[in-house]
Design a protein around this ligand. Structure first.
Ligand code: COA
Length: 168
């Protein structure tokens, strides 16, 4: 248990903790609900489902963290990677819990998790709608990367230099 309570907007008390594998299906659903805020159609979201599906392997080969308000899951973050480069794999906030600071809280956790994995840089293959959020968090643009979901679609890649003094 690694509780870290933060009182944030709209009277939400967000507590960070490691989720349990039994929560995989609920977390997958959260990712899909969250992704939908950018207005994607049902076919695109269905195509994204495999990439957004959590399985038991995620608990073995990555670091996961959820933001909770009581029993309610408000957001999910996932960091993976070995060596000097870590990847922010997932950062998804429950739609009605956006814009109150939970994204920042989980992003800061990602920075700490990447450092604990020994990385000196954390990369982010961002949804185009989220790129400006990552820039606000201090990430810088680092080209584009081909989407693993839709051939011919390219996503902004950003990176965070972990020695740059960001706190976590
Ligand atoms: C992108 C996302 C993670 C941001 O989370 P959030 O909880 O709404 O963000 P926060 O409330 O912590 O915002 C922190 C700061 O970023 C800014 N910000 C948030 N979203 C932003 C956006 N889309 N564009 C520009 N700035 C943004 C906020 O204004 C705030 O700025 P401040 O420091 O001046 O107050 C969230 O909108 C989300 O889950 N989106 C859908 C799923 C998604 O695309 N995830 C990313 C996958 S790569």
């Amino acid at each position: 248990m690694n509780d870290r309570k933060t009182k944030i907007g709209r009277n939400i008390m967000s507590v960070l903790r490691t989720p349990q594998p039994e929560q995989a299906a609920a977390l997958t659903d959260l990712c899909l609900r969250s992704k939908a805020v950018w207005g994607y159609d049902a076919a695109f979201l269905q195509a994204c489902r495999p990439a957004l599906t959590l399985t038991a392997d995620d608990w073995n080969d990555s670091d996961l963290q959820v933001a909770m308000d009581g029993a309610r899951i408000l957001g999910l973050a996932q960091v993976r990677g070995v060596g000097l480069t870590a990847e922010l794999d997932k950062l998804f906030i429950e739609p009605e819990a956006r814009a109150v600071g939970i994204g920042r809280q989980l992003f800061d956790w990602c920075v700490g998790a990447a450092r604990r994995r020994g990385a000196t840089v954390m990369t982010i293959d961002a949804d185009p709608g989220a790129a400006a959020f990552y820039r606000r968090m201090g990430a810088v643009d680092d080209g584009v990367v081909a989407s693993s979901v839709i051939p011919g679609r390219f996503l902004p890649r950003l990176k965070v230099e972990l020695g740059s003094g960001l706190t976590a």
